[in-house]
Design a protein. Structure first.
Length: 135
């Protein structure tokens, strides 16, 4: 399918730029409607990464991905590759948070999720700008 080929092409492009050539990164089209709490389709993509094994899957919402521009699709895949690059730290911090007492866990989990998203966005902007694809 055309969209899947475009996604895979973008993943290869950004995998190489992020120096993730030793990773096996696959893509799957995914329906996020059940995951989005308010019923509105807001999730465009997510990543599950097994950093110890250098394997990751990028899940893309076909509906959301088709609704954004070519530039937006490029930006989205670059951002997801930032998550792959940061995944060893994410996995480590997730394990630390799990070791906390239950009353502390949720607050730190929310704080880390917010921070992790900000880091991925910052680093993807740096990459996009380095390749003159930010503006």
């Amino acid at each position: 399918e055309m969209r899947k080929r475009e996604i895979d092409r973008l993943v290869v492009k950004w995998r190489n730029r992020w120096w993730l050539n030793d990773w096996l990164i696959t893509t799957e089209l995914h329906d996020f409607s059940e995951d989005d709490a308010d019923g509105k389709l807001t999730t465009t993509a997510s990543v599950e990464a097994l950093s110890d094994y250098r394997k990751a899957t990028v899940f893309i919402s076909k509906k959301s991905f088709e609704a954004i521009s070519e530039k937006g699709r490029n930006r989205t895949v670059c951002h997801e590759m930032a998550h792959v690059a940061l995944s060893p730290a994410n996995n480590f911090i997730d394990k630390l948070i799990e070791a906390l007492t239950s009353e502390k866990r949720e607050g730190y989990k929310n704080w880390w999720n917010y921070t992790y998203e900000q880091l991925a966005e910052h680093f993807s902007n740096v990459m996009l700008d380095a390749y003159k694809e930010l503006k």
